[in-house]
Ligand binder design. Structure first.
Ligand code: G1P
Length: 161
């Protein structure tokens, strides 16, 4: 994911930008998840993550938030920790509003979890500078990276969920 975002640098330049992971299919409430992130960004100018509570060992499938000292603050992000090492039950899900500073941070990274350049590792560094916040996701999420999640999403939009 980190490498994919770096590939977009020439198209984005020095603007803030949104990243939507297509395998996270979200049916949000009210104005929509990305719109909520953009609103929060417009208030503080900080990077915004969408977050969701995940119970039990499934937390190991996500970038996991180290909460900061106020409700939206993020002090770090750990990519796919072992369940026993997870710093919270708050997962980062596939919507982000990022500052262009992320490109420089990504360029400085070594490969992380799974031998890949991880966005979560760059966000961890930026969170250490106090420049990352999370917005709780309200709605239904389908993980279309799994067969079951993909089929559930189809059933939901067909009205049979
Ligand atoms: C990616 C991110 C991870 C995030 C997840 C959300 O992982 O690397 O931090 O929690 O999306 O779906 P992937 O699911 O691509 O392995």
């Amino acid at each position: 994911l980190g490498h994919a975002i770096l590939c977009a640098e020439r198209a984005i330049g020095v603007e803030p930008f949104a990243v939507l992971l297509a395998d996270d299919f979200l049916i949000g409430e009210a104005s929509g998840t990305t719109a909520d992130l953009i609103s929060a960004f417009s208030v503080t100018g900080k990077t915004q993550l969408s977050s969701m509570e995940v119970a039990g060992p499934d937390i190991a499938n996500y970038g996991v938030i180290i909460p900061g000292d106020n409700p939206n603050a993020v002090s770090g992000l750990i990519e796919k920790p072992k369940p026993e090492d997870a710093p919270s039950n708050l997962a980062s899900i596939g919507r982000y509003v990022l500052n262009h500073s992320i490109f420089e941070t990504l360029r400085g990274l070594e490969a992380g979890a799974g031998g890949e350049i991880q966005l979560a590792d760059a966000l961890h560094i930026e969170a250490g500078r106090g420049s990352v916040e999370a917005v709780p996701f309200a709605g239904k999420r389908f993980d279309c990276g799994s067969v079951a999640g993909y089929l559930d999403a189809i059933l939901e939009v067909s009205g049979r969920g």
